[in-house]
Design a protein around this ligand. Structure first.
Ligand SMILES: NC(=O)c1ccc[n+]([C@@H]2O[C@H](COP(=O)([O-])OP(=O)(O)OC[C@H]3O[C@@H](n4cnc5c(N)ncnc54)[C@H](OP(=O)(O)O)[C@@H]3O)[C@@H](O)[C@H]2O)c1
Length: 338
């Protein structure tokens, strides 16, 4: 019997989003029909994502059909998130995969002096956890929330809770994309919305890790399997935006050298970066696999890929969970008539 699978990819037009779709098509049963729900903040980019995915899977021979449904959603607007949730709930009774790949960093340029110093004195850090990328501080959304917190964490957290019914019916795999830089030093527990932080992007990824530990059991009791993964370091639009042709190639070369010298996190290309997301989403025996680990996309120095699981430090888990959950209830009430 032909099965029908539905996969939501938030931020589908990014390098990682496109490759998650490609790898999912490669791994899913070729007889199944797959509908990709692709999102962007503009209709044009959402449709472009669908076209790009269609192009990349053209050579894969499969009797099952692949279809696309594109939506506009801005995670920094709770009204937009609620509207999207309503549309999905009325159109899709079952959802099988949900990838929260959307994120932003509010990068405000590069501190070139620091970049040169870091590259010369600590090249590994310079290409793994760069301190020279300036992130905007103190930005608040129109909803009155920390902008990066809402875009990278809260919007998707709220959305998942609005979609519990179709996710549960689909025994869905829910995958959050974290980062290797999601360490506790980037999150102050007295500033969970990251408004005063000068590394809000990294702090938001730390919140994702902690929310995973706090919520996966509850979701599992509803038949939803949630995982947290990280893609390593790869070339993306957000990476290239800050660079010119010379600095782009210099950075690319440094990535290659870092990998050659033993940095397993330099996945560099989007396809290898997407390995962990699709690996976790397609676990065969979901009840057997650990959900308290972060699955990382890694490569050997010759570029061959593998999965590297990491333990997640749980300090602050309950505090973060309580904060985000109370915010969710507050917004559920505010949007109950939408
Ligand atoms: N690049 C790396 O080395 C690296 C390392 C670790 C983790 N990651 C993670 O990997 C994922 C993909 O990264 P990337 O570098 O490929 O990202 P990217 O090129 O910057 O793309 C980000 C995606 O997020 C969407 N997005 C941004 N803000 C949004 C908002 N307010 N509402 C809805 N969607 C929004 C964008 O959609 P539109 O612009 O079309 O609206 C875009 O599709 C992210 O979660 C990122 O944090 C990347």
């Amino acid at each position: 019997m032909t099965s029908n699978k539905v996969a939501v990819i938030l931020g589908a037009n990014s390098n990682l989003g496109l490759n998650i779709a490609l790898r999912l098509v490669e791994l899913e049963d070729p007889k199944s029909n797959i509908t990709f729900i692709v999102t962007s903040r503009t209709q044009e980019r959402a449709e472009e994502a669908a076209k790009k995915i269609e192009g990349s899977i053209r050579t894969i021979e499969r009797p099952g059909k692949v279809k696309f449904d594109s939506f506009v959603v801005d995670l920094t607007s709770m009204k937009s998130v609620k509207t999207f949730a309503n549309e999905l709930n009325s159109k899709y009774k079952v959802i099988n995969y949900f990838f929260n790949n959307a994120a932003l960093g509010l990068c405000d340029g590069i501190n070139w002096l620091r970049a040169i110093l870091e590259v010369c004195t600590s090249p590994k850090k310079a290409v793994t956890d760069p301190g020279y990328r300036i992130q905007k501080k103190g930005v608040v959304s129109d909803d009155g929330m920390g902008y990066v917190f809402q875009a990278n964490v809260f919007g998707a957290y709220f959305l998942i809770h609005q979609l519990l019914d179709p996710l549960s019916k689909g025994k869905a795999s829910v995958v959050w994309i974290s980062s290797i830089c999601s360490t506790s030093k980037y999150l102050s527990l007295s500033d969970i919305e990251l408004i005063g932080s000068d590394r809000p992007y990294d702090g938001s990824k730390r919140i994702i890790d902690l929310l995973q530990l706090a919520t996966y059991k509850e979701l599992k009791s509803k038949g939803i399997y949630q995982y947290v993964v990280q893609p390593g370091i790869f070339i993306s639009q957000s990476f290239s935006q800050q660079l010119n042709i010379f600095t782009y190639w210099a950075m690319f070369l440094l990535f290659k050298l870092a990998r050659f010298w033993g940095s397993f996190w330099h996945t560099i290309d989007g396809y290898k970066a997407a390995n962990s997301a699709v690996y976790a989403a397609t676990f065969v025996d979901k009840d057997f696999e650990r959900q308290d680990l972060k699955y990382g996309s890694a490569t050997y120095n010759d570029g061959a890929e593998y999965i590297k699981p990491q333990e997640i430090e749980e300090e602050g888990k309950n505090l973060v969970y309580k904060y985000v959950e109370s915010k969710r209830l507050e917004w559920e009430d505010k949007l109950k008539d939408e």
